[in-house]
Design a protein around this ligand. Structure first.
Ligand SMILES: [Mn+2]
Length: 343
């Protein structure tokens, strides 16, 4: 499909009657942030905009302005499908393909007759759309949403404080509070602008990070004490949690968000994998330091994908088998991983 110019997008927005914004399954700070930032931006202009997220977002994002208006797609599937059918504009954010919203929303997204805009920072965008704004060279989709509004549409003045707070949230949650994917001066220009607008970074940090459940803290303790192995000769660590572990500690959705980063925070570790057992599969998250590309690793060996330093995959077998498979593959990368040690 021939991609439209930004002028056509602008014209589409101005005459749009029903704008729908959708993001990925298991929405994180960036998915919720980028969706709600657009929501506030359009509402501010008097446009009818609505957000669909496939399933509930974690509790620590409940405070986000506008979150009470989000439609949870899998709870209200027929409504979600009807909204996608009736939308005249559809914004797909923080995901590179329709199936990221889950099986039941994949076709409704693809078949929606709406004018489609994709805004995303994952590699290999794969959605037929009218306008695509996709690059991996950014902190987050929230940063791209800011650029889209301020630079492409040239409507900086329509970014409200609520939208700015949402943008800030995605920028910090997708970068481990600006500890990776954050070496671009533009990132700080945006932060400077939105802090000037009145965004309180300290408050958002407190709302997001000092907002954990008791079950999360106990699961974290278990993970680090009893479920972490460091494979020193490979500068690699693994953490795993079984269904029983989750049940024993009263797991709630979102509790293990970010656990994978603990595996990487050791001086002697360059590569880490976090295995979590779900009802029907093992979800594996990978993280790395430096040039070791875990996006490619996940794609090649586990049918997953993601970014150079952060990726994920599903493995349809037992937890033990997933870990064994990982350990079988690891030796071929030993040299590549270890060479980053101490850098
Ligand atoms: Mn993101």
């Amino acid at each position: 499909m021939q991609k439209s110019s930004i002028h056509i997008v602008k014209e589409q927005i101005s005459k749009s009657k029903k704008i729908v914004i959708i993001s990925h399954y298991n929405p994180d700070g960036d998915a919720v942030g980028s969706s709600l930032a657009l929501f506030h931006f359009f509402r501010h202009q008097g446009l009818d905009a609505r957000v669909i997220l496939p399933n509930p977002f974690p509790d620590f994002l409940n405070w986000m302005p506008g979150s009470e208006y989000v439609l949870i797609g899998y709870k209200h599937l027929n409504t979600a499908k009807r909204m996608l059918e009736e939308a005249d504009m559809l914004f797909v954010v923080d995901m590179n393909a329709a199936h990221r919203s889950g099986r039941d929303l994949e076709d409704p997204i693809r078949n929606s007759p709406a004018f489609k805009v994709l805004i995303d920072h994952h590699p290999n965008p794969n959605l037929t759309c009218n306008y695509q704004y996709s690059t991996t060279k950014t902190t987050s989709t929230c940063e791209l949403v800011y650029n889209f509004m301020a630079k492409r549409l040239k409507q900086k003045a329509d970014i409200t404080l609520e939208a700015a707070r949402c943008i800030y949230t995605g920028m910090i949650t997708d970068t481990g509070s600006l500890s990776y994917a954050c070496n671009n001066p533009n990132t700080y220009r945006i932060l400077s602008h939105i802090v000037k607008m009145g965004v309180n970074g300290e408050e958002i940090h407190r709302l997001v990070y000092d907002n954990y459940s008791e079950s999360r803290m106990k699961l974290l303790g278990l993970s680090l004490c009893k479920r972490m192995n460091v494979l020193s000769e490979y500068a690699t660590s693994i953490i795993y949690l079984s269904l029983k572990d989750l049940a024993d500690f009263g797991y709630q959705m979102g509790d293990t968000e970010g656990f994978v980063n603990y595996g990487l925070s050791m001086k002697t570790v360059v590569f880490t994998a976090f295995f979590i057992q779900r009802e029907d599969r093992i979800r594996i998250s990978f993280r790395s330091k430096g040039s070791f590309d875990v996006g490619q690793f996940a794609a090649k060996h586990f049918g997953g994908g993601g970014h150079r330093n952060a990726s994920a995959a599903n493995y349809y077998s037992s937890l033990e088998e997933a870990i064994a498979e990982f350990k079988r593959i690891l030796p071929q990368y030993q040299e590549e991983i270890v060479k980053f040690l101490g850098k």
